[in-house]
Design a protein around this ligand. Structure first.
Ligand code: MN
Length: 258
């Protein structure tokens, strides 16, 4: 059988399962909050156009609006100033083969449970590789923190000095981009950077380094605890927004039964 016929048979037979890594788009789902002098990201909004009524007797539909960076979403290189001149850096320009790739899941859930400001370091990445093998080129690396299980104010976890949530150190992102040639980096938190990432060097290192190198981000992911450390395949195709800096999307993982 061809590779694709084998895959189709495995999907039909349940040997390959599809795991949804996406939160539901919901007006109550938190969005990132920037200091008040900056423009703000809009929450998801939905208005009814008709509901099998005088506005449309046989149909129901909605108009929706949101930021490119609302809910589970994709960050493109042009989102950040470091990636402003990256070729094919907007969501409508990215070659579609970049939307599918192998996944490495680094489990930081214990560390994040102990420390809201936990930073993933090169030592954590190398310890993970000692157990699971070297991160292959063009892989998605996802940082599992179980942050997606938080609800309400605990998700953004705002303090007087800004948000507190885990993320990668600049050194870890440099290792992943420069030495491991990753496709992108994903988190369960509202951004690819730690809540206190403004105080790192460079500020917001995941955004700065990933996008400057033409790599991608995923954030507000869910169900990372249902993925194996290696072996899954991620499907993450953003909407084709002209010049778009990111997009809400459905993120799926194909997982082979052990
Ligand atoms: Mn974003």
């Amino acid at each position: 059988m061809s590779v694709l016929a084998t895959l189709a048979a495995a999907l039909a037979g349940g040997q390959v399962r599809v795991i949804d890594l996406t939160h539901t788009l919901d007006p109550d789902f938190p969005v990132i909050i920037l200091p008040p002098e900056f423009g703000q990201c809009a929450r998801f909004r939905m208005e009814e156009v008709s509901h099998y009524d005088h506005r449309g007797p046989a149909w129901k539909w909605h108009n929706i609006s949101m930021s490119e960076h609302t809910g589970t979403h994709f960050d493109a290189p042009v989102h950040w100033i470091s990636g402003r001149d990256v070729p094919q850096g907007a969501v409508d320009e990215i070659p579609p083969d970049r939307f599918i790739g192998p996944v490495c899941v680094i489990d930081c859930s214990d560390e994040a449970a102990r420390d809201d400001d936990f930073l993933l370091t090169p030592a954590h990445v190398e310890a993970w590789e000692a157990r699971h093998g070297r991160i292959p080129p063009r892989a998605w690396v996802l940082m599992r923190t179980d942050w997606s299980k938080r609800r309400g104010a605990a998700y953004l976890n705002m303090g007087k000095d800004g948000p507190h949530s885990p993320g990668p150190s600049a050194e870890a992102i440099r290792l992943l981009v420069d030495d491991r040639d990753i496709l992108g980096f994903g988190t369960e938190t509202v951004g690819t950077d730690a809540g206190q990432g403004a105080h790192l060097s460079p500020p917001y290192p995941a955004h700065y380094i990933l996008h400057g190198a033409g790599r991608y981000g995923l954030q507000c992911l869910a169900n990372l605890d249902r993925l194996p450390p290696t072996g899954a395949v991620l499907v993450a195709a953003p909407l084709k927004i002209k010049g778009g800096t990111g997009s809400p999307l459905r993120v799926l993982a194909l997982v082979e039964d052990a």
